[in-house]
Write a protein that binds this ligand. Structure first.
Ligand code: PNW
Length: 462
């Protein structure tokens, strides 16, 4: 076309969804209010040594009490969509039985406030806060937990089905299964390779049962989705041994969810790679039909790539034995405050791979963002130039992938607010809005102004 070479305007398709994302335990606080009971994260964060500085989500960003202010911030940003999660123990404290009115009312008020502000609510049903009672009964390695999740999905469909169009069953089951039950760095802190694989299967099953139920209970215009933190795995070299290392991590990191959900099968190589740990007999007849219940889109959370080579890795590892003969390498280049490499090409690689592997499945970036130490100047303005650079590079990668045929429908920036960053507590800040946790004062960072500008223009100018 005739556009001059000098402008580098990257426009996104009309109707592209621009959002921000949060999760209940990371922002809500109000941990013991209105009938909420402990989740596995309340328990875990109270165990000495689990979370940096002994931080907990007891107060977090106090969003439970500041919800209207936070919706107003998003209205100022101009986002079209907001991705939040529902705290299961707030709406169904024991994980069994009927929903709790006060808890459900909070999400009704939140979604009403969003709709009033012209923002589409995107509800995630599980962002890691399992009711502690269900963990005490065995947690995700126990099949029963997946059934309980289906019931809970039904409660939420009844409560919010008239106002929420887009639903996500699970956020990052890889983290929940392998960090929660394998390496133990996330709640509930268990370290069992077989438990992590059982948990992974039960997450797939929970997703499938919930998707069936949501399809039945919700209006046909509803969109049902699943969010995965897919690993952009790269072999260090093209040697057969390095490529085999990448295959192993792709199996236990990605295809363990993608294959059951989109193809109704287990990855055969994964079953072989984990044979020393389990015979997979917890997968019952008919399960893979449930897990592959058709869904409307796939959510992808991306932060950085994974580089592997033939070798061996440290224990305890989250990879359930499938990482035997795999060595993890630091990707080159700059790092964020999480020490995660900054590498936008990994996002492009992931999106074009999904374009090829999952034809016809719309994709949504449900999380992307970075932790950096931001700096306040004497006037109180908060500057975060590295975050702006990170976001700019990753949005450009999304744009390039769309140009090359990836069907990406939206982008949700992680995160709206600085919040409880799991095992790192409040020491890592992902927000585009700074939160002073002593006063709960919110301040737009430069990245918030930058994002508002991107949304207003429908793209980037470089
Ligand atoms: C995701 N890892 O977590 C979560 O969905 C968010 O709640 C979280 O705040 C965000 O990314 C930033 O961490 C992850 O170790 C946590 O591979 C850990 C890993 C990946 C994602």
């Amino acid at each position: 076309d005739a556009r001059p070479e000098t402008t580098t305007e990257l426009r996104f398709p009309p109707g592209f969804r621009w959002g921000t994302a949060t999760a209940a335990y990371q922002i809500e606080g109000a941990a013991a209010e209105d009938g909420r009971t402990p989740s596995i994260w309340d328990t875990f964060s109270r165990e000495p040594g689990r979370v940096r500085n002994g931080d907990t989500g007891d107060i977090a960003a106090d969003h439970y009490h500041r919800m209207r202010e936070d919706v107003a911030l998003m209205k100022q940003l101009g986002v079209t969509d907001y991705r939040f999660s529902v705290s299961w123990p707030r709406v169904q404290p024991t994980g069994r039985g009927p929903g709790v009115q006060k808890g459900l009312d909070f999400y009704r008020r939140l979604t009403d406030a969003l709709l009033d502000a012209g923002i589409r609510p995107v509800a995630t049903l599980y962002h890691w806060d399992l009711p502690q009672e269900l963990e005490d009964a065995g947690g995700w390695p126990q099949r029963e937990t997946a059934q309980r999740f289906g019931d809970y999905a039904g409660i939420m469909a009844d409560a919010l089905g008239d106002r929420v169009r887009t639903w996500t069953t699970l956020n990052e089951p890889w983290c929940a299964a392998f960090l929660g039950y394998g390496s133990g760095v996330h709640a509930p802190g268990r370290t069992s390779a077989s438990a992590s694989l059982r948990a992974a299967h039960h997450f797939n099953l929970a997703h499938g049962w919930a998707a069936q139920l949501l399809h039945t209970a919700l209006p046909s215009t509803s969109e049902i989705s699943l969010t995965l933190n897919l690993h952009a795995v790269r072999p260090l070299t093209e040697s057969a041994a390095d490529r085999d290392a990448a295959r192993r991590i792709d199996a236990v990191g990605n295809r363990i969810f993608l294959d059951p959900v989109f193809h109704g099968r287990l990855p055969e190589d994964l079953v072989r790679d984990t044979a020393a740990v389990t015979d997979w007999s917890f997968v019952r007849d008919g399960d893979l039909e449930v897990t592959s219940t058709p869904i409307d889109s796939l959510g992808i959370n991306y932060y950085s790539p994974t580089v592997v080579a033939a070798g061996s890795s440290d224990s305890p590892s989250p990879w359930a034995g499938a990482e035997e003969h795999v060595r993890f390498l630091p990707a080159p280049g700059p790092r964020t405050a999480m020490d995660w490499p900054v590498d936008a090409d990994g996002l492009y690689e992931l999106l074009t791979r999904l374009r090829d592997d999952l034809p016809g499945v719309p994709l949504v970036i449900t999380e992307n963002g970075a932790a950096y130490d931001d700096y306040a100047d004497p006037s109180g303005e908060v500057h975060d130039p590295e975050r702006v650079a990170y976001l700019q590079a990753h949005l450009a990668a999304v744009h390039r992938a769309i140009g090359d045929g990836a069907d990406v429908r939206g982008y949700f920036l992680w995160s709206l607010l600085d919040n409880f960053e799991w095992a790192y507590g409040y020491s890592k800040r992902f927000g585009i809005v700074h939160v002073d946790f002593a006063t709960q004062r919110r301040t737009f960072k430069d990245s918030a102004r930058w994002y508002a500008d991107v949304i207003a223009r429908g793209g980037l100018t470089g």
